[in-house]
Design a protein around this ligand. Structure first.
Ligand code: CA
Length: 224
């Protein structure tokens, strides 16, 4: 698998390259938007990891250019934390996923593998597990036919668990992914947020999906 990494921060680019190469991807790195647009539209890649804020030309306009040219290469955008409009715009333009900075390499690899799988199966910006489904574009959440209203934070929290169905996600990982900061063992804000999420996602339904893994974290898993 040949991946193009577009990132002007050289340290981040080197970190991403090393992580992807370790996973067996072949990687080409590019540090500016104009070069990236030229390479991405003329060479074949299996996937692109692209920062939005770039010198020369921004990542969103490169995605637009690719899609206008009927190029469906999967794109994972790297976004500034908290910039929801930018992420939604990216997805609407045809990016396949986004990852807020700072991110972990494990998370990037999981997202990239997911978009590569979806691309090969021809999917949508949908994530689902059991009867739960999240639409990353419209931010709509459902269990079966029942629509569930979540706050943006609750959506991120559920999305964080849904990224790794059946696997334990630690409080530290949740805290970094959803709140963007280090987990302080002396606080219980993750547990409090999970409790609130359960009231909406699990309490009204017979089958519970959010499981506590004592002393470690939480997992999205059916209880039957
Ligand atoms: Ca940048």
């Amino acid at each position: 698998m040949h991946i193009l990494v577009v990132e002007d921060e050289k340290k981040v680019a080197a970190f991403v390259r090393a992580g992807l190469e370790e996973q067996g991807f072949s990687v080409e790195v590019c540090h500016d938007g104009n070069t990236a647009a030229a390479i991405a539209t003329t060479q074949a890649f299996d996937g692109i990891v692209m920062d939005i804020m770039l010198p020369g030309r921004d990542g969103l306009s490169i995605v637009r250019k690719l899609r206008e040219g009927r190029n469906t290469v999967p794109v994972v955008l790297l976004t500034a934390r908290g910039d929801l409009d930018e992420r939604v715009e990216g997805l609407n333009l045809g990016a396949d996923d986004y990852l807020a900075k700072p991110f972990s390499m494990t998370e990037l690899i999981a997202r990239l593998n997911a978009v590569l799988r979806r691309h090969n199966g021809g999917g949508l910006a949908m994530q689902s597990y059991s009867d739960l489904s999240l639409n990353l574009v419209s931010r709509e959440v459902r269990r079966g036919e029942t629509k569930i209203d979540l706050t943006p934070r609750e959506f991120s929290l559920l999305e964080c668990l849904l990224r790794r169905p059946g696997k334990v996600v630690t409080r530290v990982e949740i805290s970094q992914t959803v709140w963007g900061h280090q987990f302080d063992a002396g606080t219980n804000f993750v547990d409090v947020a999970i409790q609130r999420l359960r009231r909406k996602v699990d309490d009204p339904f017979p089958r519970k999906l959010i499981q506590t893994v004592r002393g470690i974290g939480y997992a999205l898993q059916t209880d039957t």
